[in-house]
Design a protein around this ligand. Structure first.
Ligand code: NAD
Ligand code: TYD
Length: 358
């Protein structure tokens, strides 16, 4: 080989290795857990912004799954709901076979519940992800997005987590998510399954089951009920508006690189007391509704993400925090029938046990 030919070949190889992935195009997308908070916002976003897409939503309808979250999309011929469990290998096999890509949102998602009873977290978050990965491997899926979380990194007093930092989860929830996160990665390394992992920070927005900080506090404040602040209220979370999160997942589905993990953060670090005050002030409710209660066991002090990697690829959040909070609070104020129905039965039993001292 001549010298110039050698350099030409070398340049060609370098180009192949470094040239950004061609955009992934999806026709039939299997979304799991799409009747929950983020999944339902995501399906609505995708149906509104991608004309030619077809979406299958596989959801077990646990206490957190609610078909009403997608009532406005139910008649869309591009949308199909399947009631079932991601742990059911026969079902996941059949649905993955029909799909070009999978986005796995399905999970048990509440830290407090994982402290009380971790069983379902291990089963759904780990074993369910395994069943989906197996089906994806068998049918040679074009893309598998595993929705992980910033909680897999654990807590940090200062600095921000980057994607290559060690995972140090500290609750049964975050440990089960870390297991799924790394299991998905192992399918990339071992079987070359085109897996991409996303790790988002705390989401807020419409359709969030009223057990998480913002949805619980807003709905309690609307009913003049106490807002139970754990410990000293100085724990910090980085808040991400759910529509920003949906846009980021859509972006990663098309542009993410196989085998990579991407942090998705809002850049809105706030203490729980700051969040509580915003809610009380926005609704014109008295400070006396704020009640300090016993701290959560193993309570992570602070989550913070570097989003440099996804920013370099071309995504950044675009909803200002203050506006998104006002919009969210207004949504719960204007959609009382949606959450009032949920605050009954199983919810009340959970609430009574969780907040005994209130
Ligand atoms: P959610 O609890 O509101 O919804 C979970 C959905 O999964 C529900 O519809 C439920 O019915 C369904 N589901 C549960 N077990 C299932 C099973 N075995 N088979 C099929 N469906 C099942 O949760 P969310 O807040 O929308 O979170 C969605 C995903 O995003 C989760 O994987 C969570 O770990 C991740 N995440 C959430 C946040 C957040 O702030 N909420 C942040 C980062 C990552
Ligand atoms: P949460 O919404 O449960 O999300 P995560 O624990 O997954 O970050 O909680 C957010 C923060 O709010 C966390 O520091 C715990 C705190 N918190 C309370 O102080 N009181 C509550 O009733 C709840 C549900 C959470």
């Amino acid at each position: 080989m001549t010298f110039s030919r050698f350099f030409f070949t070398l340049k060609f190889i370098v180009l192949i290795v470094h040239y950004p992935n061609e955009e992934f195009c999806v026709q039939t997308l299997l979304v799991t857990g799409g009747a929950g908070f983020i999944g339902s916002n995501f399906i609505r976003h995708m149906l509104k912004t991608h004309e030619d897409i077809r979406i299958i939503n596989l959801d077990k309808l646990t206490y957190a799954g609610n078909p009403e979250n997608l009532k406005d999309m139910a008649a869309d011929p591009r949308y199909r709901f399947v009631h079932g469990d991601i742990c059911d290998g026969i079902l996941t096999d059949a649905l993955v076979r029909e799909s070009d890509a999978v986005i796995n949102f399905a999970a048990e998602s509440h830290v407090d519940r994982s402290i009380g009873k971790p069983d379902d977290f291990i089963q759904t978050d780990i074993f369910g992800t395994f069943q989906l990965l197996e089906a994806a491997r068998k049918h040679g899926i074009g893309r598998f997005i595993q929705i992980s979380t910033d909680e897999v990194y654990g807590s940090t007093e200062d600095g921000c987590f980057r994607e290559d930092d060690p995972l140090m989860p500290s609750s049964p929830y975050s440990a089960s998510k870390a297991g799924a996160d790394r299991l998905a990665y192992s399918y990339f390394v071992t079987y070359r399954l085109p897996v991409v992992i996303t790790r988002a920070s705390n989401n807020f927005g419409p359709y969030q089951y009223p057990e998480k900080l913002i949805s619980l506090f807003v709905t309690n404040a609307l009913d003049d009920l106490p807002l139970p602040v754990y410990g000293d209220g100085l724990n910090v979370r980085d808040w991400l508006f759910v529509l920003d999160h949906c846009e980021a997942i859509d972006f990663i589905l098309r542009k993410g690189e196989d085998g990579e993990a991407y942090n998705i953060g809002g850049g809105n670090e706030r203490t729980n007391l700051e969040i509580t005050d915003i809610i009380l002030q926005t609704l014109g409710k008295p400070d006396s509704l704020k009640k300090f209660v016993e701290d959560r066991k193993g309570h992570d002090r602070r989550y913070a993400l570097s989003i440099e990697k996804i920013e370099k690829l071309g995504w950044r959040p675009r909803h200002p925090f203050g506006e998104a909070m006002r919009e969210t609070i207004a949504w719960y104020r204007d959609n009382r029938p949606w959450w009032e129905k949920l605050k009954s039965g199983e919810y009340l039993a959970y609430y009574k046990k969780q907040y005994q001292t209130l």
